[in-house]
Design a protein around this ligand. Sequence first.
Ligand code: ATP
Ligand code: MG
Length: 391
Amino acid sequence: MKQIIFIKYGELTTKKANRNLFINILYQNIKDSLKNYQVKITKNRVRMYIETDDNTDEIIDILKNIFGIHSIVVANRVNTNIEEIKKNVLEIASSLSFKTFKVETKRSDKNFAIKSPEFNELIGSFLLKNIKDIKVDVHNPDFLLKIEIREDYTYIYNKEIKGSGGYPVKVAGRGLLMLSGGIDSPVATYLAMKRGVEVECIYFESPPHTSMQAKNKVKKLVKILTKYQPKITLHIINFTDIQEQIYMKCNPNYMITIMRRMMYRISQKVMEKRGALVLINGESISQVASQTLTSMYVINNVINCPVIRPVACLDKLEIIEIAKKIGTYETSILPYEDCCTIFLPKHPVINPNLETAIAMENNFDYEKLIEEAVNNMETIKIDNSEDEFII
Ligand code: ATP
Ligand code: MG
């Protein structure tokens, strides 16, 4: 007998044509996520098997965060031989305390002589004979014993751990995510990854107005997010010159609107460079002045690529709940300034006018500054190795 982990695929099984691609990407993601462990992974159309002598609990904790997995099972693998199966079943049943049970057999190996219902009966009566004071309950058993008879081996298990669902990261193509150090954008990142988007992040900093700690906080957030996508590229844009020009040349009430128009423009250029198809951010309708529908309209106007806002329709409390669940919340609430919070106007415009915004930003040569910012962009790759970012 050998203990083995196997995973059942998530939503991907419904997409028949792309199945192989999905499975191969999921395989690679699992391999990358488990790179610090000694594992042997094998895959087929319906399952992936992971054999290891390392810590199974740690491996399961990692697998729980990988998208594209419906459930994770730790099974005993035995030869397809009735005596061996019985022996193992008895071992499992004896180690548990239960009053009612049910046996559920799935016979994929049609060469195996006994049909599933008969095999259920055979194992059921074997258990009744060998364990005292138990009875069968097919509707609501305390102990559900699953037996899968496959050509190579038989798998026996009684627990199925829920996976994250979603699609394997990368199957949907690449998106560029505007990552600030706040609560919302890491949640947006997680949700985009869950739908199979391979996320690259872009962060705007304005040194010396924003600090090294603020930048390290963003790197730390990216590091946390490598639980869900094992390798993440982070682009860091120096936004200081643009921000100072806006401060000097534009009406303070329009500063945030124009600043965000500049961020969008830069983001689209970086997307083109990186082959990203969508821009993603943590905007949430009506949360702040720059996220009213009018503001979104005026800001979005500078680009022509799709913008996905995964948390657009969530309340702050709902976003916080996800942030806590995915492990980014504690880092997000560390009090370092963001370039959106420096030079903050007293009365940011809630309903900006498009023509006014355009007229104001023509007070300086932003095209040139944008070009420079993109050319001087710093790009780093962050992965799921042990090293930490100190804030
Ligand atoms: P968050 O909690 O994610 O920072 P927020 O509520 O603070 O969001 P804003 O600061 O208005 O909202 O920003 C809205 C979105 O714009 C952010 O979620 C993020 O996607 C993007 N953004 C803001 N500041 C930056 C930045 N410095 N670098 C990259 N993206 C940013
Ligand atoms: Mg913010």
